[in-house]
Ligand binder design. Structure first.
Ligand code: 6PG
Length: 249
């Protein structure tokens, strides 16, 4: 596990954009495609804006037509809903870059049946990655955030999804928000070549220390369950979020 501590959220977004574009170039050189699972919430917005910006070097570096966008989770709302992770990414990035529509694999969260949406997305992954029986999707990069109570993607404390070992996408009921969510499960998230958590701000300091330096209790702190089995784990954080960390790598 690598912990990169940047001075502030702006510097954090830049380091994330450097990693994003580097991984994209490596993946496209190696396999002709870059498969990335985006996270939701607010932290990634600054990264997405940098990637899309015509004033920054990242946009020109990116092999956009060979990049395929997926999501680690989605709220159970239509894509034009203010809470939609897809909508956030579309507004901050996708609508501003030359990416073909058939390279954007949105979770169909408009389906009133969240479980059916999860099953449909699992099929989308199976087809998109041309998987044989027994194989799992392997993302080149999975971006994740850290919730204040230790959730990541839509794996919330106490969720059965944390211990899921077979299904790749599930639709847990999230009592905290009184709603269903659709989320990739640890077997897929952990199978990525690179898992990068983004955490910014003093309000994340306590939970970041607990998740990164505390004892392993993934049922209680689901972010701890995403430890790559055959890949790299990086925490990109800012000074404010890292305030309580003992080890300053
Ligand atoms: C979501 C995200 C969620 C998010 C964390 C952190 O759907 O909300 O996938 O896991 O990454 O809650 O959110 P912030 O970046 O807004 O702090």
């Amino acid at each position: 596990m690598t912990i990169c501590i940047e001075p502030d959220a702006t510097a954090l977004a830049r380091v994330a954009a450097e990693q994003f574009t580097n991984l994209a170039g490596e993946a496209v050189n190696a396999r002709g495609v870059f498969n990335v699972a985006l996270s939701g919430g607010s932290t990634p917005k600054a990264l997405f804006a940098l990637l899309a910006s015509e004033e920054e070097p990242f946009r020109a570096r990116m092999p956009w037509t060979r990049t395929r966008f997926f999501w680690g989770d989605e709220r159970h709302v239509p894509p034009d809903h203010p809470d939609s992770n897809y909508r956030m990414a579309d507004e901050a990035l996708l609508a501003r870059i030359p990416v073909p529509a058939d390279r954007v694999f949105r979770i169909p969260a408009e389906n009133p049946d969240a479980a059916a949406a999860a099953a449909a997305y699992e099929q989308t992954l199976r087809e998109a990655f041309h998987l044989q029986e027994g194989q799992r999707p392997r993302f080149d990069l999975v971006l994740l955030g850290l919730g204040p109570e230790g959730h990541t993607a839509s794996l919330f404390p106490g969720s059965e999804a944390i211990a899921e070992t077979v299904r790749w996408v599930v639709a847990p009921w999230v009592a905290k928000f009184n709603t269903y969510r659709i989320t990739l499960t640890p077997p897929v998230l952990k199978h990525a070549a690179q898992v990068t958590f983004l955490a910014s701000g003093g309000e994340k300091a306590e939970i970041l220390r607990t998740v990164v330096e505390g004892e392993q209790r993934p049922e209680e702190f689901p972010a701890q369950s995403i430890r790559p089995t055959d890949g790299e784990l990086t925490w990109l954080v800012d000074e404010a979020a890292a305030r309580l960390l003992r080890r300053k790598e």
